[in-house]
Design a protein around this ligand. Structure first.
Ligand code: SF4
Length: 508
């Protein structure tokens, strides 16, 4: 990498751009100009396969798409340093509820309204949203987005780009939105919300691509400054066959679809010449990928190290652990969710504490040194002793499996499109007291010697609220208190109404 001065680094994107390895030769500088915002910093955004894939697909269609991140250089594109004011079209890929808060603050910084109605009146850019959150509850974008692409974005792009080019010629924004609404996987709030309010079916459907081998499914860039470092991401699977009761993936991402190991290995083989690169396998649950053995041995023959996200305990076996340790990785992430078997079964996870110890002991004897364990508090039916069991399990993993343990404890949030969508969420005060108790058990109780990270109850409450009713500029907690609307969180009645409206939209 060229050694730029500190002054130059502070001024623009060049130093990050020059680190990147672009994998496919794709057209650049096309038409129309289109800003693609990721609602987190560069290092997180470049670790998102979905974001990279959509940009690559748009470039393949000849679109002048350029990347924007809230940091470190907000308001300027990564590709050319153009200001956001040059772009008539803005899209964002949204995966998590708190991302919406970031979009509000980015729009404020850019001098743009986050309200579609105000942008229409002021002739500000057209703003579209896609990404994982659209599979679950697109109605939360109804105040903000001019349109929302529902489900898998790849196959909707042809239509979107065709209509956008017409719009660039005729400047007729209303006609643009009407044209977008002709595609069944595009929700246009200005046209569809009045229908939903009258109870008229809108007949939208998530775009679900049957054959994942027919789409890109791999990184366009290796970005060493991303949180995954020098990693090329490849997609294994969409959807999940498991039925964890708190999880949005089984019901909202459609039937399980996989990419073939042959196709994935073809994608990875050009990487053998890239020094120090590793393959990041992307899947809701890597251990469930049906061709995992073939894939891991193929990747090993290429001599490329692998990494993957969290594994179910029942999927940890010698083959998987040896692939990780061979790749120089000595840590694992698993999600027991609860500290005992009864509550874990309630969550839809059918492995026991003894299974956890047995599998982690095996991993430890094969060279794994540390484990990150994900738990939730506030699971329906949780008692005080269930909370204590989290500390007890961590202690067992530390002492019996001989691993360094970091527990990450979140608060259970009932979300739309889950089995537990109508369950209660515990209040902030209750969550604080359960987490406080846990912290004590980690600092001076049985789990002393293990580390703990907790989700702040306020953040969890905000995520719950956004998951059901979105976030308008007036609710943004980043605003000074006197400027916030102070609207209360979603009541059971509001949640029932939202589920009914999702049904009218076409989501069941
Ligand atoms: S938590 Fe993981 S294993 Fe369970 S349903 Fe969700 S993606 Fe599948």
């Amino acid at each position: 990498m060229k050694d730029l001065s500190v002054k130059a680094r502070a001024r623009d994107w060049r130093y990050l751009r020059e680190q990147e390895i672009e994998l496919d030769a794709l057209p650049s500088g096309g038409h129309p100009l289109w800003a693609m915002l990721f609602p987190a910093g560069y290092s997180v955004g470049m670790a998102s396969l979905g974001y990279q894939v959509i940009i690559a697909e748009m470039r393949a269609l000849g679109v002048g798409v350029e990347r924007f991140f809230p940091g470190p250089f907000p308001g300027l594109s990564v590709e050319s340093g153009r200001p956001i004011s040059d772009f008539p079209l803005i899209s964002a890929s949204v995966a998590y509820e708190p991302d919406i808060r970031t979009i509000l603050s980015v729009f404020r910084e850019w001098g743009l309204s986050s309200s579609r109605k105000v942008r229409f009146d002021l002739d500000q850019p057209v703003f579209g949203i896609g990404g994982a959150l659209t599979y679950i509850n697109p109605l939360i974008f109804s105040e903000m987005a001019d349109y929302v692409v529902l489900g898998d974005g790849e196959r909707v792009l042809d239509h979107l780009v065709r209509e956008a080019r017409l719009f660039m010629k005729n400047g007729d924004r209303r006609r643009f939105l009407e044209g977008l609404a002709e595609h069944r996987s595009i929700y246009v709030p200005s046209l569809h919300d009045p229908m939903i309010l009258k109870g008229h079916k809108v007949h939208r459907e998530k775009n679900i691509i049957g054959d994942l081998d027919s789409v890109r499914g791999k990184s366009q860039w290796i970005a060493p400054s991303s949180v995954f470092g020098k990693t090329a991401l490849v997609e294994l699977q969409r959807g999940c066959r498991r039925k964890c009761r708190y999880c949005t993936i089984p019901a909202s991402f459609g039937r399980i679809r996989t990419r073939s190991a042959k196709r994935i290995l073809e994608d990875l083989s050009p990487l053998v010449s890239v020094e120090g690169v590793q393959a990041g396998l992307v899947s809701p649950e890597t251990g469930d990928y049906p061709e995992l053995s073939e894939l891991l041995s193929g990747v090993a023959s290429l001599g490329i190290p692998v990494s993957f996200a969290s594994l179910r305990v029942d999927n940890i076996n010698e083959e998987v652990v040896s692939a990780l340790t061979r790749s120089g990785r000595h840590s694992l992430t698993v999600a027991p969710e609860s500290g005992n078997d009864r509550l874990r079964r309630e969550c839809g996870k059918y492995f026991s504490n003894d299974d956890i110890i047995e599998r982690l002991f095996m991993a430890s004897s094969m060279g794994v040194r540390q484990v990150k364990l994900y738990f939730m508090t506030g699971i329906p039916g949780e008692t005080a002793s269930d909370v204590d069991d989290i500390a007890g399990l961590c202690d067992r993993v530390r002492s019996e499996a001989r691993l360094r343990v970091t527990a990450s404890v979140g608060v259970f949030i009932p979300k739309p499109m889950t089995y537990w969508e109508r369950e209660e969420m515990i209040g902030e005060r209750d969550a604080s007291s359960r987490l406080k108790r846990l912290k004590k058990l980690f600092s001076e109780g049985p789990a002393k010697g293990c580390r703990i990270n907790i989700q702040q109850p306020k953040e969890a409450a905000l995520e719950f609220s956004i998951a059901w009713r979105g976030l308008s500029a007036g609710d943004d907690p980043l605003l000074p208190a006197e400027r916030r609307s102070g609207a209360p969180g979603p009541s059971p009645e509001q949640r029932s109404l939202l589920l009914e409206q999702l049904g009218i939209l076409g989501y069941n």
